[in-house]
Design a protein around this ligand. Structure first.
Ligand code: FRU
Length: 582
């Protein structure tokens, strides 16, 4: 009876401190403190567990507030219970605004030209799809904390890839698990039967993660991704039954015209598996890619597979993107790719001995591309972080941005085909006041004010002609002594970005300067394009033939630049700085 009475008193305490309210406003605001451990919160609506999630409910002073959009529960009575310290439960309140609305996007280091959700954590871009004038960006999202957990699909839309509108959460965890990464398609031919009255279904294909296994599920929407219905026959692939694998996730699906089938690429531990389906519900295993392609120490995640023309030829080749964690060029997570052929069943890598990276920075992961983008464009976006230290990034109430969108193409050097990622042309529309200069550098040349009114979001275009310099260098810095130093080493044919003093706390001593070792030899004209946005530097060389993406956390914008040369002089034909509109 001791146990029984303990249970009774526990139930009593629970119900005594539950919070019951009728939903009359748009948002529920909840206080969060990182001094407190995570515990389970439940919303009960008429005896039905509407949602269960982990949260660090602040019992004292909150670090920040998170919110739930309650539009779908308007006028319903909900009961909120919490398994942790309940002192904070009465601070939860409803309002038509989120707490701290006025200071949103004004936080130190908050990116201005990159998408970041108002609150909480994000990682991989998911379900990238263009439909009816809208680019959809779904993403891995924890609405209740700035650290990873409680995975949902957040949702934003844009008509220009630059200005994003955050929409209510698209997919919530359910009995199959939390919602991990995946993709989305428009089922124009209604192969799934989900379409209605001539409206084709938008179908999301994602991984449900639970402590036992990872399974693949689908959901559909008939209102452009605003509301979703989960398929009753989920899961559509239960890999554990076949391969006993826990790392079985991130389905990327596309329509393969030639075989008139849906194709899925699924990351399974150390390999990528290919499946096909006539209807998005029934899947047949076709082949695996990975064995014999070079062992790797991490897991592959978030694949993508698409065909691209090869610049200067009439050829087309297939590209398989495999995001590798860990094991990137600098140890952490990074985007690897393979170029080859795909016949509807099997992908064959045309050069197995070569390792290719899409971006040589430390913060470019989980890269995937938009389906059905207009004009046959293949546009990619990455999560601008790295699993090595993503949870240490010094932001207050949100983490973390995506990269700028990049248009992909293929080019060939010495018989080897590579992926080029150029900043998408839509970014041009952000250009504001600019300043152009040209000069010669022999020693050091200091420019004290790169651009007046610089608040940390700017773009630099640089064209340099080498005149026998061994090192062409420039460093961006501020009055606090924080800097990012970039160099072309002309002897080693290498570009590097040293962020040792950048103000970044997620710094890994083993990789002080990130380098790209394939500046074409004998080149005298160098073109570099930089996007700096408060807490990131994205560098694109030669129109995107190389790219390097890094987060940095200066306490104020870098507004000074020193150009320097070693071993000879060089000419800056053009140095243009644009402020970026926000
Ligand atoms: C990649 C990843 C995916 C997984 C998701 C979970 O960054 O690990 O494989 O689906 O994040 O949030």
């Amino acid at each position: 009876w001791v146990l029984a009475s303990a249970l009774v008193s526990c139930v009593f305490t629970l119900s005594a401190q539950d919070l019951t309210m009728k939903i009359t406003k748009r948002y529920l605001n909840l206080p969060v403190s990182h001094q407190v451990d995570r515990a389970l919160m439940t919303f009960d609506v008429g005896g039905w567990q509407e949602r269960v999630f982990e949260i660090r409910l602040a019992s004292g002073k909150p670090d920040y507030w998170v919110f739930c959009d309650m539009s779908a529960l308007k006028n319903k009575e909900i009961k909120i219970s919490y398994t942790g310290n309940k002192t904070g439960i009465n601070k939860i309140y409803q309002a038509d605004e989120i707490t701290g609305q006025d200071s949103l996007y004004k936080e130190t280091n908050r990116p201005q030209i990159h998408y970041t959700q108002r609150r909480g954590w994000n990682n991989d871009p998911n379900g990238l799809l263009y439909y009816d004038g809208e680019y959809h960006l779904f993403y891995q999202h924890n609405p209740y904390e700035r650290d990873w957990g409680n995975m949902h699909w957040g949702h934003a839309v844009s008509n220009d890839l630059i200005h994003w509108e955050e929409l209510p959460i698209a997919l919530y965890p359910d009995e199959h698990g939390t919602v991990f990464s995946g993709s989305a398609v428009i089922d124009y031919d209604n192969t799934s039967g989900f379409g209605k009255n001539g409206i084709p279904a938008m179908v999301a294909i994602y991984t449900a993660d639970n402590p036992e296994k990872q399974v693949q599920c689908i959901a559909y929407s008939l209102d452009k991704g605003r509301t979703w219905t989960k398929y009753k026959g989920n899961p559509v692939i239960d890999s554990k039954a076949k391969w006993n694998s826990k790392d079985t996730r991130d389905p990327k699906v596309f329509w393969h015209k030639e075989t008139r089938r849906w194709i899925m690429i699924l990351a399974v531990g150390q390999e990528m598996q290919i499946f096909s389906s006539p209807n998005l519900k029934d899947w047949t295993y076709e082949s695996s890619f990975g064995e014999g392609q070079g062992a790797h120490g991490g897991v592959w995640e978030c694949p993508d597979l698409f065909e691209l023309p090869v610049e200067g030829t009439n050829d087309k080749k297939w590209v398989l993107l495999c995001n590798l964690n860990p094991g990137g060029p600098f140890g952490g997570s990074a985007t690897q790719y393979f170029v080859g052929t795909f016949n509807g069943k099997e992908f064959v890598n045309e050069s197995p001995s070569k390792t290719k990276w899409m971006d040589w920075g430390k913060d470019h992961y989980a890269t995937v591309t938009w389906s059905d983008a207009p004009d046959n464009r293949r546009i990619a976006i990455a999560w601008m972080s790295n699993w090595q230290y993503a949870n240490d990034v010094p932001t207050s109430q949100y983490r973390s941005p995506n990269s700028v969108p990049r248009d992909l193409s293929l080019f060939t050097v010495d018989g080897e085909t590579y992926l080029q990622s150029a900043p998408s042309p839509e970014l041009l529309a952000l250009r504001d006041a600019s300043k152009k200069r040209s000069f010669k550098v022999n020693g050091t040349r200091t420019i004290k004010e790169m651009i007046p009114g610089n608040d940390g979001a700017y773009e630099i275009e640089l064209t340099i002609e080498n005149q026998r310099a061994d090192v062409i260098g420039f460093r961006l810095y501020n009055d606090k002594g924080e800097e990012v130093d970039m160099q072309y080493d002309m002897k080693e044919n290498r570009f590097s970005m040293d962020r040792r003093k950048s103000g970044d706390v997620g710094f890994n001593e083993n990789f002080p300067a990130l380098t790209w070792t394939a500046v074409e030899s004998g080149k005298n004209e160098l073109k570099l394009h930089l996007f700096v946005d408060k807490s990131s530097v994205e560098a694109f060389g030669d129109g995107g033939r190389f790219a390097m993406t890094n987060q940095v956390f200066p306490s104020e914008p870098y507004n000074h630049i020193d150009f320097y040369s070693k071993g000879g002089a060089y000419k800056v034909d053009s140095f243009i700085v644009y402020r970026l509109k926000q």
